[in-house]
Design a protein. Structure first.
Length: 122
């Protein structure tokens, strides 16, 4: 093991002492610089860039929708169900009044259920 380490140390020291010899160092430098300048510039694929842009926009929109949803829930924490009635045409106005009546019925029942729960908890 020691002999192998000694041989490696000797080889490393010989390599460190040796300097490379070039016949014409200026020509070698010019050739290297020419080869560097001749390398083609690679452009990133347009399809990949487009996919990245679309996915970034989609992720941003989803994040905005999520934040808006959270802000609505934070504003109305006691309302677990939010009923929205959309009137699309005149014949549906009578349906709207029926829906309002039904929502009032649900609201009254929920209040009665809360009273019952409070009585049962006592």
């Amino acid at each position: 093991m020691k002999s192998t380490d000694d041989k490696l140390d000797l080889l490393i020291s010989k390599l460190q002492v040796q300097t490379p010899k070039a016949d014409n160092p200026m020509e070698l430098t010019d050739d290297i610089l020419k080869q560097i300048g001749q390398r083609p510039v690679k452009r990133p694929p347009v399809l990949l860039f487009t996919i990245r842009m679309i996915s970034t926009i989609a992720a941003s929109l989803l994040l905005l929708f999520f934040l808006k949803e959270q802000s609505i829930e934070a504003a109305y924490p006691q309302n677990k169900h939010l009923y929205v009635v959309i009137v699309k045409s005149q014949p549906q106005l009578s349906q709207q009044s029926r829906v309002k009546g039904y929502l009032n019925h649900i609201r009254n029942n929920s209040m009665k259920n809360e009273r019952l729960k409070s009585l049962l908890n006592q």
